[in-house]
Each structure stands twice: as structure tokens, then as C-alpha cells.
Design a protein around this ligand. Structure first.
Ligand SMILES: *[C@@H]1O[C@H](CO)[C@@H](O)[C@H](O)[C@H]1NC(C)=O
Ligand SMILES: *[C@@H]1O[C@H](CO)[C@@H](O)[C@H](O)[C@H]1NC(C)=O
Ligand SMILES: *[C@@H]1O[C@H](CO)[C@@H](O)[C@H](O)[C@H]1NC(C)=O
Length: 641
């Protein structure tokens, strides 16, 4: 997780930038908006409109660019998902049984009433993450899970409808506040909470397969007459129940800072991650394989975002992500412990809750009012500010850190230098653009005023570190090993970042806490991530955000599509009439608005509370000795109609 350091102050409209001087006059806006909506409708309802523009380098789109196909596919996925929404309790219970293969948990009717009261859109798929996270626990003994939770160092307990904690750690306090908002609907339980940024549990794939096999045996619906519809009580806090528990040794926490060998044990034995040789030397330019042929890509762009966050088929990421190289802290276990946390990698078995800063809605993570700047008054440009996190960067490993790679790839000087002489001056930590993308030339061309990629980048993107997080100098801004490659600049408050149309979002030490703020804004988040969060199943890539490969090789192509299309000579800065707006800009606006609109419907605090209530009812059932006969069957008994 990365903490954006907010300097407060400036309103977005007042963000000083010599680079992006063009602003649109206000007077035409209404007429233009009307024209645009007609044009947008026309362009986006599928017709391959031959919109004739000065053919820009990114390839005139006219609906033929690979991104156009991905955007159309996303529309279909989203429409299909929305069409699954249920409007009544019996229909919701039926959708549950169909998707989960079990009866809903006791209290499901109260959960449903709560969801309705909070005006939540009910699509069963939105809660998929809960079932992914909890399924293995159906293969573990309830008494053991309860014991593991009770004995964990950081806990929230619920007894008689009251949640409490003995910890004053600020995250625990925020989570406590979240749980208290639903405590009146909760049965007794103990929750183990992860106080660290980094997730804790990676059960080896082979053991996980065994848990899931056991779990599958419990996946059935008890006869309605036998169903028990209440939860067991737990003894008072601090009192150890008499339980027959298997004697297993206390959990051994692994502290090995090289996290790749730990993370990959959750991958299938025949996967590239498990098969690949482990890299231990990070003191060189990492090898960056082309991502064109990877399973999550299509025609050079991310086509399956969920799969793109799974690293089991991407063994090269072991040298391209700080978390695999050297996280700040590691305390991992192979035991299936019921630990709740805010984010995790694809192989972690932690249980996801909405992250504390999302529940807290701090302005530095939301951007406050800046989030509603109209698209038409934004700069056609990219801004990114952040700290050089990702893990503990050192002189001998920083080339393998993702944020360092992204910042370098946006540095025109570095790109020019590498392009002019790739053999003597190779890029320090990235790969030059693949020839498979139709990009402008890397070096200036004689007798041609076509922009070259570096000069175009320097006019379009403003990407820099605010702190190099130097291992030798603590928080001092300059650094004796990354200093020659990066300079630091002032942070830009999130509200002012919203003056730019495109906002890359790159993982830090763990997930990036600004993502929700970006989604809620009228700018477009361009998201590259390995981290998974509670809300993933409700967001559709290319509909609500632009997904990016974790190598970032598609970044320049994404820029070209969205920013390289229209206007005079296809570069930013040119004044263009609205009628000359290219498809990329229209699609960009549409993604920005769809993301904002959707976030206002399914990523509200109310949605977090409803998610947490569903999660905790399931958790209470799976940790109850009678779990296999527990459920809510009111609809099958004739109630709830
Ligand atoms: C994305 O990949 C996952 C994992 O391989 C797969 O289950 C899913 O069906 C894929 N989704 C699409 C839309 O292809
Ligand atoms: C940077 O400074 C540290 C501490 O003074 C020193 O040990 C290290 O060798 C220096 N590294 C480089 C690359 O100069
Ligand atoms: C861009 O790269 C040059 C050369 O490596 C470096 O001096 C400069 O500080 C970099 N700029 C940023 C914003 O990091």
C-alpha cells in the first residue's frame, strides 16, 4: 500500500502546468455535450464508423483497433452481469443456491433486508471473492479454525451483537468501526486481523487441493426439515472452551525476505512459476519477455484482467515486482489460518475485507470535490506521482521494482538515450517498445515532422517519484544508486491529479490505496496490479477502468489509442474542434464516466458493509460445528414471499 502525501490546497482548475496549456472554453460546453452524446451513441453502438481523421500513428481506429474490440466485449460482459440482478428474497436465495451449491447461511433474510435498505444492487456474482476465500475452510475442522482465530495476536470479537477489540492499532480500529456498523446482525465470532501490509498465508497448492477436495464433499443442500437456522454461541471472551483439538505444533512464521519461493508454492506443480528456475541476482536489467503470447493478452492488450493478476503463468514477474524480490516485511505460513486482510496476491489464502482506508474515506485517497471536474475541461494528459515503494529497494535490486520501471518508461530522456544506442546504453530496467505495436519512431526522423515517441511522451505524460525511499538514506529524497536515474518532484494532491484525463495506478508495497478515488473520479484509471481486493468481481476491465499488463509493455500503445489519435498531427497540445475528437478520447470519456457512475452504485461504504455482513455470516457458519446442516430455507418453507 502506498500512502500519497497530500500537500493540500490547490483546486484542480488551478493546478499550474506549463506543459498542458490548452483548456476548453466553457461557453460551448452544453451544445457540445449534446452533440457528443449523439455522436458517442452513434460511434459506440457497434457500427464501424469510418471516422476520417488525419490518420494518427496509433492507427486510425474506426472501430478496428484491438482496444475497440475489448471495449465492446466488456460492454457485453457488463450487460450480462447486470441482467443477473435479483429483486426479491426468494430469487436471491435461488441465485445463491444455483451459484454456491449450498443453502444460504442463517440470517440471509436479514442480510437481504439490510442490502435492500442500503440500496445495494444484488448480483450474486459480486460476492464471488467471499466464496473463493472461504471455500478451503470447509475442508478444515471448525474447532481448529476457531482456535486459530482465538489465539491470533490481533483480533476483533463479537459477542451478543457487540463487536470489540483489545487492540488500538489504527487499522484494527477502522475495521472495528466497519464491523460495528453491522454488529446487531452478527452472531458470535472471533476474527483474526492482519496488522501488516503484506498478506500472511500461502498454503502449498498440493495441500490446498486436499482442502478443496474435502470441502467439495460438504457442498450439498440438507433436506429442508433438517436445516438448523441459528448460530452456536461462543464462550465469553478470554474463556477457553473445552474442545477436542488436534495437537498441531504452533505456527512457524517464515521470515525469509525473498518472497517468490513462498508465493509460488500456491501455484499448480506444472505451472511456469513452479517450474522456472528461481532468480536470485537482481543486480542487472531484468529479462522482460514479450507479453503478446501470454494467456491474459489479446492482440497486445489485457483481455482477461483477473488472469493478468495471477502470476502462476508469468514466471518472469519474479524479477519484475518488488513484492517477490524483497518486501518490507514477511511473516508467512503454510498453515490455513483464518486471517482477514485488505489485499492479497493470487496465491494467498487470506480472507479479504474492504481495506481500512476505503472505509475511512480520507480525502487524500478520494480527492474530495476534485473528483467531479468535467472531462472537457481536463488536460489530455497523464499524471502520476508516488513514492518508490514496492518493497525495500536497494542498489542491488531496484531494477526489479515495478514503480521504478513505470517511471523510467515514461522518461523521455531515458527512452531516447536507450533508443539511440541500445547496445552501449541499454534501458536500465525496462524493455524498448515491441515492434508489434504501431508506435511512432523512437528516434527523430530526418525530413519528417512526425513526432518521435520520446518527444511525444514528454508532452503527454508527467510521471515522477516524490521520494526515492533510499535504503541508505531513509526518507532523504536523493539516493546514491537510483539518484542518477530518477529525480524527485513535488507531490500533487489527488484533487489536482483529476485535472488530467488518464491516471496510471501502479502497485506499491501492496495494493494501491488510491484506486477507489480514481474510480470515483471523472478521470480514467489505468490499472496494472497483482493485488486482489474485495471489489474485484464487481468491476469490469475496459468498462470501468483500463487494464494494463504488469510489464507495462502495452503502456505506450494504450497512450497512443487514447491520446495519440485526434487533432493536428495526433499529438497533444493542438487545439481541436469537438467534431474532430477521435474515438480514443470518446472511449476514454465513456470509461471515466462509467467507472464513476458504477463506483457510486457498488463501491460505496454501504456496499462495503453489505459485503462484510455476507462474509461474516459465511465465516460464522463455516466455523460452526453444525455447519453442514445450517442454513436459511425460509423461502422453501413458504416464508419470505
Ligand atoms: C479468465 O481467466 C480465468 C482463469 O483462467 C478463466 O477462468 C476465465 O474464464 C477467463 N475469463 C474470460 C472472460 O476468458
Ligand atoms: C551508497 O552509500 C552507501 C552508504 O554510504 C554505501 O555503502 C554504498 O556503497 C553506496 N553505493 C553506491 C552505489 O555508491
Ligand atoms: C529521467 O532520466 C534522466 C536520465 O536518466 C534523469 O536524470 C532524470 O532525473 C529522470 N527524470 C525523472 C523525472 O525521474
Amino acid at each position: 500500500m502506498h500512502i500519497l502525501r497530500d500537500r493540500g490546497g490547490k483546486r484542480p482548475g488551478h493546478y499550474p502546468s506549463a506543459r498542458f496549456p490548452h483548456r476548453r472554453s466553457k461557453s460551448l460546453r452544453y451544445l457540445v455535450a449534446l452533440l457528443l452524446s449523439v455522436l458517442t451513441w452513434y460511434l459506440l453502438t457497434g457500427a464501424d464508423t469510418p471516422l476520417s481523421l488525419a490518420t494518427p500513428w496509433a492507427g486510425s481506429h474506426g472501430g478496428k483497433h484491438p482496444i475497440d474490440a475489448l471495449v465492446r466485449a466488456a460492454d457485453k460482459v457488463f450487460a450480462a452481469r447486470l441482467s443477473m440482478a435479483t429483486q426479491t428474497l426468494p430469487a436471491t436465495a435461488a441465485a445463491y443456491r444455483e451459484r454456491r451449491g449450498r443453502h444460504p447461511p442463517p440470517g440471509f433474510d436479514k442480510w437481504y433486508a439490510f442490502a435492500r435498505e442500503k440500496k445495494v444492487i444484488v448480483v450474486e456474482e459480486f460476492w464471488d471473492q467471499i466464496y473463493h476465500d472461504l471455500e478451503p475452510f470447509w475442508g478444515a475442522r471448525p474447532a481448529q479454525i476457531r482456535k486459530d482465530a482465538r489465539e491470533f495476536e490481533m483480533r476483533v470479537q463479537v459477542r451478543d451483537g457487540k463487536a470489540s477489540t483489545g487492540s488500538d492499532w489504527f487499522w484494527t480500529q477502522i475495521w472495528l468501526n466497519l464491523i460495528q456498523s453491522i454488529e446487531h446482525l452478527l452472531p458470535d465470532m472471533d476474527l483474526a486481523l492482519n496488522p501488516m501490509d503484506e498478506p500472511r498465508v500461502v498454503v502449498p497448492w498440493e495441500d490446498m487441493a486436499a482442502y478443496l477436495k474435502e470441502a467439495a464433499k460438504t457442498k450439498k443442500m440438507a433436506p429442508v426439515k433438517k436445516v438448523v437456522s441459528d448460530f452456536s454461541k461462543l464462550p465469553p471472551i478470554g474463556e477457553t472452551p473445552y474442545e477436542e483439538e488436534s495437537v498441531i505444533p504452533p505456527v512457524a512464521w517464515e521470515r525469509n525476505k525473498h518472497y517468490w519461493p513462498i508465493a509460488r508454492r500456491g501455484c499448480p506443480p506444472n505451472s511456469p512459476a513452479r517450474q522456472a528456475e528461481t532468480i536470485t541476482d537482481f543486480d542487472k536489467t531484468p529479462f522482460i519477455a514479450s507479453s503478446f503470447n501470454l494467456a491474459h493478452m489479446k492482440d497486445g492488450y489485457v483481455a482477461n484482467y483477473t488472469l493478468s493478476t495471477d502470476f502462476c503463468h508469468q514466471d518472469d514477474l519474479q524479477a519484475l515486482e518488488g513484492v517477490f524480490v524483497e518486501p518490507l516485511t514477511v511473516a508467512s505460513t503454510t498453515s490455513l489460518l483464518p486471517i482477514f486482510g485488505g489485499s492479497k496476491l493470487s496465491t494467498n489464502n487470506d480472507i479479504l475485507l474492504p481495506a481500512p482506508m476505503y472505509w475511512n474515506e480520507e480525502e487524500r485517497f478520494t480527492g474530495g470535490n476534485g473528483a467531479s471536474v468535467p472531462w472537457s475541461s481536463k488536460y489530455s494528459s497523464v499524471v502520476w506521482r508516488g513514492v518508490a515503494t514496492g518493497g525495500l529497494n536497494r542498489a542491488t535490486n531496484w531494477r526489479s521494482f515495478q514503480r521504478h520501471r513505470f517511471v523510467a518508461m515514461n522518461n523521455a530522456t531515458m527512452l531516447s538515450l536507450a533508443a539511440s544506442n541500445p547496445t552501449t546504453n541499454p534501458p536500465p530496467n525496462f524493455a524498448l517498445p515491441s515492434k508489434q505495436y504501431p508506435l511512432p519512431p523512437l528516434t527523430p526522423q530526418a525530413n519528417d515532422n512526425t513526432p518521435n515517441l520520446p518527444s511525444w511522451l514528454s508532452q503527454t505524460t508527467d510521471v515522477a517519484f516524490t521520494d526515492l525511499m533510499c535504503a541508505h538514506k531513509g526518507f532523504h529524497p536523493s539516493c546514491n544508486y537510483t539518484g542518477p536515474f530518477f529525480s524527485t518532484t513535488e507531490p500533487i494532491p489527488m484533487a489536482a491529479q483529476f485535472a488530467h484525463k488518464y491516471l496510471p495506478d501502479i502497485d506499491g508495497n501492496s495494493f494501491s490505496g488510491r484506486y477507489l478515488g480514481f474510480l470515483r473520479s471523472t478521470s480514467v484509471p489505468v490499472k496494472a496490479a497483482l493485488w486482489r481486493e474485495w471489489h474485484d468481481a464487481r468491476l469490469v476491465a475496459w468498462k470501468h477502468f483500463v487494464p494494463m499488463d504488469n510489464r507495462f509493455g502495452d503502456w505506450w500503445g494504450i497512450l497512443g489509442y487514447f491520446l495519440g489519435g485526434g487533432g493536428s498531427r495526433g499529438v497533444s497540445g493542438g487545439k481541436r474542434g469537438e467534431a474532430g475528437r477521435d474515438r480514443g478520447d470518446l472511449v476514454g470519456e465513456r470509461i471515466a464516466m462509467a467507472g464513476r457512475d458504477w463506483a457510486g452504485k457498488v463501491l460505496r461504504k454501504e456496499d462495503m458493509a453489505v459485503y462484510t455482513l455476507r462474509l461474516l455470516l459465511e465465516y460464522a457458519r463455516v466455523t460452526d460445528d453444525r455447519r453442514e446442516v445450517m442454513g436459511w430455507v425460509g423461502d422453501l418453507n413458504g416464508e419470505g414471499r
